[in-house]
Design a protein around this ligand. Sequence first.
Ligand code: ADP
Ligand code: MG
Ligand code: MG
Length: 928
Amino acid sequence: MAKAKARAKAAVKKGAKPSAKAKKMVYFFGGAKADGNAKMKELLGGKGANLAEMAKLGVPVPPGFTITTEVCTYYYQNKKSSPKGLKEQVAVALAKVETIMGKEFGDAANPLLVSVRSGARSSMPGMMETVLNVGLTSQTIPGLVAATGNARFVYDAYRRLIMMYSDVVMEKAAGIEPKEDEGIRRQLERIMDGTKHAKGYKLDTDLTADDLKGLCSQFKVKVREVLGKEFPDDAQAQMWGGINAVFASWQGKRAISYRRIEGIPDEWGTAVNVQSMVFGNMGTDSATGVAFSRNPATGENKFYGEWLVNAQGEDVVAGIRTPNPLNESTKGDQNRHLPSLETAMPKVYKELDAIQKRLEKHYRDMQDIEFTIEKGRLWMLQCRVGKRNGPAAVRMAVDMVKQKLITKEEAVMRVTPAQMDELLHPIIDPKAELAQKALGKGLPAGPGGATGQVVFTAAAAVEWKKQGKKVILVREETNPEDVEGMRAAEAVLTARGGMTSHAALVARGWGKCCIVGCGALHVDLGAKQFHLGGQSFKEGDWITLNGTKGNVYAGQLAMMAAGEENQVLMDFLKVCDAVRRLGVRTNAETTTDAAKARAFGAEGIGLFRTEHMFYGKGSDEPLFILRKMIMSKSEEERKRAVDELFPYVKRDIKGTMEIMDGLPVVVRLLDPPLHEFVPESLEKRQALAQSLGIGMEELSKRADGLHESNPMMGHRGVRLGITYPEVAAMQVRAVFESAAELIKEGKKPHPEIMIPVVCDVNEIKHQLAICKQIYKEVCTKFGIKGFKHMIGTMIEIPRAALLSGQIAEVAEFFSFGTNDLTQMTFGFSRDDIGAFVPDYISKKILAGDPFQSIDQIGVGELIKISIERGRKTNKALEIGICGEQGGEPASVDFCHRVGMDYVSCSPFRVPIARLAAAQAAVRNAKKR
Ligand code: ADP
Ligand code: MG
Ligand code: MG
């Protein structure tokens, strides 16, 4: 090793004085020591930081060093050149590695080989480039053959180096864009397939040393022919070529498209890791694998993974051979016949199991690890927090709280609202599935169900999706070039690859339904056809996948919503409830919706719209009566219609209040402009005229009288209650009588009457008098002393927000109607924004659609003013939100910060709102 040290010294000298003072650009790790640690992800990238941390923990990590992300930034700011002093720092670190390994890089007698690996701050699976076996040259090959006594291994390593290097460094990093299927790597693969075919081999491992040696020569000729350059025969040139290619790959097409999807900033840059090679391809006592400390598709707390004997790392990930299961307890139907590492190499398995447990405990989260076994010796090559889908995220969070590995607050932050959304998404209707025979089976890589039309390329998936079609991307195997197509597809189906393959990893990250390794699937890309289960499918044919079981079906199977039967989800939501401060109610007006919401944990109803009974199913009768009411001319006519309508209104309100027994129910009085209900068809108008005992001409006259040029700002909401007090009275009576009847039935109703479209306190005063009068009458009628109820208002007009101090003196609660409040604050009609808001967003005039997420600086300011002024005059004022934004996580966070009491959202958003409310509590406690 004297030689190595001397060389490093010389390098330092040659690089002259600055290197001593130069900024640290290279961080060493190995031999239970490291310059960096897990916290330094920004500088060292995720991979480098975790390699350093593992080395420090004393986990066996092949020694190496990390070149910082700052060097990548420099590289792009300085015409793709390296900063001064880098060469020297690399030489020093490399010398340390050589000392530990007892080998020298480029040495003819006992050569060290290295891998050159990328490593961004947050993992970008398969997006960046890695080159293995760097340092094999005509100089070093004989030495390595002599040292290992294994020529087959050396030439296998060499052919891999040529394949990876020519692809990554000489083609991709050089910006060459070959035609589909004509890349250098594919061309070399075809040469290798040719040899295998000619010799009658099935597997790569059947190739002999001589075969491989011959292949290497052919490869080099091909590389020269296709790329017009020699494959470099110098170890240093290979290493630096690799380092620069990693930097270049940061601006590669697939890296850019992955960043766009994941929202990773372009400025971050990548680090480069240079690490001594360990070899999983040295024979049957060698292996390589990928594992997760828990199952990333289900969350089950079982060490889960895949491995291949006599292979190098990327073989498992690329899905070239079907990998073996790691242990006995996680075997499935697909791989029961394959040997597990647990039985094949029990000692190594035990060591690996102990390491994964230790890593999970240390990082306090599920770990995704890469390992290699060289001649029975275990090496760890990577660890990181593992990607998981929604169901797995929820299950892990619940389990880890139970195990006391993490706190409830941490658990809540471990599941994103989008991940929870996956659990609320459809599965195949079990009945439909039972009736159908599966065409074939693969590995259940991403659970849930999906149905769609078959496409065979990523480009077609994107195109068809644009046309509004649902597609399923069917591939032999996916590669990083397919990400945008995978994104566009409802689901992904592949013939090859394991649970840790590219397709599985990416689909899981997005919570997409995905089946991989469907061995019987035969894809004929040229003919745009696939065969499975004795049937053929063309582009555009429908298929259905069950990603939870791994089953593939022909045709379009019925889907159904999932959710409330899920015990783990319910347990997780309880954890959320323990953490959140905000209440969560629902917007519902049917008993079905109310029951669904209650099952999802709604703590009451934040908005029951009375007018709902006049739309849709079963609305014929009440609507007819309502129309009569609208068309009435005299108070007497109207009173008759109102009385007729009463039982319908009461029936609906009472039903919902009964389901919400013990919980508050906010009933909003009639809100929409009446002219919305005027019938259009002649037939309906005739029936109405007849029932009112008037002629058609008179009816038309009355209908025309109701016409408004701007109905949304016209005769609606409380304005109706002011002009027609009997209409308001009827609704109030329906609410109070429902409550009284329920009390008589032994229930605990808790009605809250909400007056809409208020702009002045006198409007409320006027309505309040009616409410009080009716309350008294109802109490007398039912012979009860009284019952809990509240009368409040919606704040949806800016003037009301500003005058909240006065309004709160009479109103007992506020509910922010952020749909109208947004309309009125922006002056945007919500029904007409389609014409311009998309342009506003694409031209960056607005950051987003204010009807989806509360405009916190504008509309939000009004809300803040309103709450502040309202609470000043009424300390007990109850405050909530019932606009559609109430279930949107960023808006929920806002509602928490401004001190609302509850949010209210549609039944299906209730679980998301519970999570978002809990996350808001954690996030904002941290800030304080
Ligand atoms: P990715 O970020 O795409 O996972 P990696 O840098 O982790 O890329 O490398 C790709 C594969 O090569 C992995 O399976 C990894 O374990 C393997 N590998 C990387 N470096 C080495 C090494 N020094 N020795 C053995 N295998 C390695
Ligand atoms: Mg990796
Ligand atoms: Mg409104």
